[in-house]
Design a protein around this ligand. Structure first.
Ligand code: 7PM
Length: 278
């Protein structure tokens, strides 16, 4: 089913669970371990009620290393096939490389999640020749240098202008607005203050007429306030998720699926009564 349809049918934002395929310090990075760990993560998230998963084969963390397309393909393709074989869950692929987009679209993934908003040469054409949904995210600079000196005249206006421009470019290429999801890109070339300005005015992005995605799970904008390591930022992340839910987010990208769904169910129950008493 289309993500757009899932959004329309849901009375709370969809929860997108983050599944990383990047080798980390907790495993030897071996192919089997990576796949097995991804499948375990997906199973747990489904038990918790996740609406879709976001699979990433290249870390986009500040200062992260570049991953060749060949290596990203080796990580992502077997994972998609294994997830498809074992589970029935919409899949989003976190990639900015057009050759990866092409391959995963052929495998029938529901969404491309692009932190570069289809700016890589060829990416627009790949999406234009498909009917796959796509998330366009704002980033200032690139993942290696973006946190060195983020600068805006007005972060809200600048991010709005950027996303509006990417939207126009997509539409001119024949990518219909109805399959585009927009994301201001918390943490991507933004200071703590910029991030909280975006959070405070998240609802202004509704004016662009697309569904909205918010990704702030465990990010440093939360660490800056609670002074805790990423894994200890669950409560802070829930606070961020609730703020976004109250300000028009349609998809929330998270590590902690079960806790986020609980938090969003409370928002949903409140909004239901609010609507009933209008
Ligand atoms: C710093 C920045 C640390 C980003 C970690 C990350 C987003 C995304 C990521 C997001 C969309 C993370 C990331 N963040 N895709 N991919 N929106 N659409 O938290 O905010 O995993 S990477």
């Amino acid at each position: 089913m289309k993500i757009k349809t899932l959004i329309e049918q849901s009375s709370r934002p969809l929860v997108m669970g983050i599944v990383n395929l990047t080798p980390d310090s907790f495993s030897d990075g071996g192919q089997f371990n990576q796949l097995d760990s991804a499948l375990n993560q997906v199973e747990k998230m489904l038990e918790a009620g996740v609406d879709m998963i976001d699979l990433g084969g290249e870390s986009t963390r500040p200062g992260a290393e570049y991953v060749e397309a060949e290596e990203e393909r080796r990580r992502v393709i077997p994972a998609i096939k294994a997830i498809r074989k074992h589970f029935d869950v919409p899949i989003s692929i976190d990639t900015y490389k057009p050759e990866i987009m092409q391959d995963v679209i052929e495998l029938g993934v529901e969404m491309i999640n692009d932190i570069r908003a289809l700016e890589m040469p060829g990416a627009l054409d790949v999406l234009a020749q498909s009917d796959t949904e796509v998330c366009l995210m704002h980033m200032q600079g690139n993942p290696v240098t973006m946190q060195l000196a983020p600068k805006y005249d007005n972060v809200i206006e600048n991010v709005l202008d950027y996303l509006n421009n990417r939207l126009q470019v997509c539409e001119s290429k024949g990518i219909d607005k109805s399959r585009i999801i927009l994301d201001p890109g918390f943490g991507f070339g933004k200071t703590v203050e910029h991030n909280y300005q975006l959070l405070a005015e998240f609802n202004r992005f509704k004016a662009l007429g697309c569904s909205l995605l918010a990704g702030l799970s465990r990010k440093s904008m939360l660490g800056a306030v609670v002074d805790k390591a990423p894994a200890e930022r669950v409560a802070a992340s829930l606070s961020g998720a609730v703020i976004c839910a109250l300000n028009g987010a349609d998809i929330i990208r998270v590590h902690d699926v079960a806790q986020t769904i609980d938090a969003l169910k409370v928002v949903e129950a409140m909004l239901k009564e609010k609507k009933n008493n209008e």
